[in-house]
Design a protein around this ligand. Structure first.
Ligand SMILES: [Zn+2]
Length: 333
């Protein structure tokens, strides 16, 4: 896996990429390699775990499932509102199963796709060769199952690797809209740990001047280079409220812990983030096989490495919270 990805992500090796990804067989082989690797690391759950949560939410009178775009507008004292979000980092293998499941429950969930991913296509200096196999066999099926598509925004990743990120983001949103994907939402990939700013800070709506100096040197990264509105985007999945705590910034960037599966990082990122807070109360993420975490901003608590029943128990004991469950398709099959 490592050997292949090093080879593939070598920018100078365009021919290899074409031979590899843009052919159905090789694309599937590669996606399978990643899947096997995730399995070896014990990251992958059965899709039944999602069904288990959906069954609970559907039957329990104290819970309502809402569309992600409405999560900050809903309010009822005794009800937990739950919205789902799927950030597609790599795991295209579970897209069909997941979208069928959501459709069976009459849900339409946002699947956020990443432009600079192996599945989307190959990025050259001035254009993108899109992976038609992915669009025909994965993304269109997702739409057939009434699911929605958004952009998993990694604009600083694009810029860092020498691309005109602003141009590509605009171009791909336009292209997807022409194909009737109706892109109205983005979700930021990675975090400020990686680039010095959150990917959504490319938008004027969430920019600020202060964390500029923490940006990685040698890259001309700026915040606020365009407006969310100008791209036709109406909401960012993190619902960020920029709440810059200058004093805390240096500390935040110094503590470069291994993210996602590290309790300290999760606490820093979700509860004590010096750049922003999300305008809903609780994040629930799956991070491995039978391993979930809860970041409860309202309750000021992180629950780490929990199994599915502990997630259900949390939901049962809480009331009046707005909860976003991020189900990376990478972690399911
Ligand atoms: Zn991501």
């Amino acid at each position: 896996m490592k050997k292949i990805s090093q080879k593939i992500f070598d920018k100078t090796d365009n021919i290899f990429f074409k031979d590899y990804f843009l052919k159905k067989k090789n694309f599937l082989n590669y996606s399978n390699e990643i899947r096997k690797n995730y399995k070896k690391k014990n990251f992958i759950n059965s899709i039944n775990k999602i069904q288990y949560i959906l069954d609970f939410l559907r039957k329990d009178k104290f819970h309502k499932i809402v569309d992600l775009k409405n999560i900050i507008d809903v309010k009822e004292k005794n009800i937990n509102f739950v919205a789902f979000r799927c950030d597609v980092d790599a795991g295209v293998w579970s897209l069909e199963k997941m979208s069928k499941l959501f459709n069976k429950y009459n849900l339409s969930v946002y699947f956020y796709i990443l432009i600079n991913s192996y599945y989307y296509g190959q990025i050259f200096k001035n254009n993108i060769e899109r992976n038609t196999f992915f669009f025909n066999n994965y993304l269109s099926k997702l739409k057939n199952e009434n699911q929605k598509v958004g952009i998993h925004n990694d604009i600083y990743g694009l810029i860092k690797s020498g691309h005109n990120g602003v141009r590509f983001l605009k171009q791909e949103i336009n292209w997807l809209n022409k194909k009737n994907y109706n892109i109205i939402s983005s979700s930021a990939h990675n975090s400020a740990y990686v680039y010095g700013a959150e990917n959504f800070q490319i938008f004027k709506e969430f920019s600020n001047s202060i964390n500029k100096k923490f940006f990685l040197k040698n890259y001309n990264l700026k915040t606020g280079m365009m407006s969310q509105k100008s791209l036709g985007l109406t909401f960012e999945a993190n619902f960020p409220l920029i709440d810059l705590q200058k004093k805390e910034l240096r500390k935040y960037f110094k503590k470069r812990n291994d993210p996602i599966r590290n309790k300290l990082w999760l606490k820093n990122h979700f509860l004590q983030n010096p750049i922003y807070t999300s305008r809903y109360d609780v994040d629930i993420w799956v991070t491995g096989k039978n391993s979930w975490f809860i970041a409860d901003r309202k309750g000021k608590k992180i629950y780490f490495n929990k199994n599915i029943n502990e997630i259900i128990n949390f939901l049962k004991t809480e009331k009046g919270k707005k909860i976003v469950v991020n189900l990376h398709p990478d972690y399911f099959e």
